[in-house]
Design a protein around this ligand. Structure first.
Ligand SMILES: [Zn+2]
Length: 173
């Protein structure tokens, strides 16, 4: 069982010089924004990350992240577990001007005035971005089947009011 707590902030350039690598966890309940977006978080956030410099002596850090969350299915309203597994590869930049020169393999991540990266925040963002836009069960697991989703025969509406006409009526009141 890995339960080493990871540093939340670190200097990626120094870490790369030391060829640091970390394997450990962030406590999931500390990810407040993520907590707001999911039904619950079922595991801690396990992270592996390695810091290094490439052939062009660009600092980068890459790794993987895994966490299990509970989402609410938008079809049947039941919660279901969802695994988030992410691979990431970042390169620290100062301000945004360096973004364009960065090779595509690297995602830019801004360092603060002390040359530090808020790894915790950066990875929390990654988890949030990886969540499905619409949470849905796999169809076979969902209690609402696709055929239940049709609404039967749709009767043609005899008189369709022009929505602008409705607005006019409202204004008259
Ligand atoms: Zn469902």
């Amino acid at each position: 069982m890995i339960n080493v707590k990871l540093p939340k902030r670190l200097d990626p350039v120094k870490s790369a010089q030391k060829l640091s690598s970390y394997e450990g966890i962030y406590v999931a309940k500390d990810m407040l924004r993520l907590n707001d977006m999911v039904d619950s978080i079922l595991s801690d956030v396990s992270v592996k990350v390695e810091f290094a410099k490439d052939a062009q002596s660009l600092t980068y850090f890459q790794g993987t992240l895994a966490v299990q969350v509970m989402l609410v299915c938008q079809r049947c309203n039941q919660p279901y577990p969802h695994d988030v597994d992410i691979e990431f590869c970042f390169s620290p930049v100062q301000g945004s001007e360096q973004d364009e020169t960065l090779p595509d393999a690297y995602e830019p991540v801004e360092v603060d005035d002390h040359g530090e990266v808020d790894l915790f925040q950066v990875l929390e963002d990654e988890v949030i971005l990886a969540l499905p836009i619409v949470a849905l069960h796999a169809e076979e697991d969902c209690s609402v089947k696709a055929q239940d989703m049709s609404f039967g025969k749709i009767e043609p509406e005899p008189e369709r009011k022009n929505p602008f006409a409705v607005l006019k009526e409202l204004k008259r009141d």
